[in-house]
Design a protein around this ligand. Structure first.
Ligand SMILES: [Zn+2]
Length: 281
């Protein structure tokens, strides 16, 4: 999930007037997209694009994608949808919008979420105004500075030879996935991983290896992926989180998450690492 073609605007600034932009127009959880011959994409155009949309709060200039300004706009949820656009949930757009644009769409959603949820100071309730030199808001009464939120979440593939631990949550249908959990205050990623493995499925792990990370803008997670080797314990699930967990053989996996998710990337990488060995044996 790289966005090499996207350069973030820093410090925060405004789009040069009159310049065409790619518009990330949100209406609650939904983004407005064009369904063109080339697929699904956010609309591109001049400032007239948003003239008739009822925007809540100032449009945010996020940066440039291949040189084109990218703008995030929070629309009134009751605002009518222009005839040439369609509203689709951000999750539903995963895999439909090109990956680099989807990354920016996620960034746009997280920033608008922050803009919406930071109008007042969390300490004193005073009005908060955007800072000029960074993405933050400063309370006009007590001076408290609030930043956009990012919530780290560890996601871990626990393996044991040719077996992998997969869990199931209510509502997932036939899909199973690796386990994940939020990092708590005062906790390292490794401590979080060990705690989640023990809490969610009752297992102890070792040989923790970092895999990679993925922003998960629902609304502001950062998934941090690891592999870990099973060390001991019997599966005992946390029924507040899961309704099942079990070991699955590499050649007999159930339905797993879609190809772009870090959960799937972990599983694909692990599967590829087991199968050549099996072929040689
Ligand atoms: Zn305050």
């Amino acid at each position: 999930m790289t966005t090499a073609a996207f350069v973030r605007a820093y410090p925060p600034s405004s789009k040069p007037p009159g310049e065409e932009a790619i518009w990330f127009l949100y209406r609650g959880q939904e983004m407005l997209v064009e369904l063109g011959a080339g697929g699904v994409s956010p609309p591109r155009g001049g400032d007239a694009m948003i003239a008739d949309l009822s925007a809540r709060g100032a449009p945010l200039y996020l940066g440039r994608f291949n040189g084109v300004p990218c703008m995030a706009v929070d629309m009134d949820e009751a605002a009518p949808i222009p005839a040439d656009l369609r509203a689709m949930g951000l999750r539903a757009l995963f895999g439909k919008v090109p990956a680099d644009l989807y990354s920016i769409a996620g960034y746009a959603f997280e920033m608008l979420y922050w803009q919406r949820s930071s109008s007042f100071c969390a300490f004193c309730g005073g009005p908060a105004a955007p800072s000029l030199n960074e993405w933050s808001k400063r309370c006009e009464r007590c001076g408290h500075i609030a930043y956009p939120r990012v919530s780290p979440c560890v996601i871990v593939l626990i393996h044991d030879g040719d077996r992998v631990l997969l869990s199931h949550k209510p509502g997932w249908g036939p899909m199973h996935s690796v386990i994940a959990g939020f990092v708590e205050p005062g906790e390292s990623l490794e401590e979080c991983l060990a705690r989640e493995a023990l809490e969610e499925v009752g297992l102890e792990v070792d040989d923790i290896r970092y895999f990679g990370s993925q922003p998960w803008p629902y609304p502001h997670q950062l998934m941090v992926g690891f592999f870990a080797r099973y060390r001991g314990g019997e599966i005992r699930i946390d029924t507040n989180e899961l309704d099942a967990a079990d070991w699955f053989h590499v050649d007999n996996l159930p339905q797993i998450p879609g190809p772009l998710s870090i959960a799937r990337q972990l599983l694909d990488t692990w599967t590829a690492s087991r199968r050549p060995e099996k072929g040689r044996g």
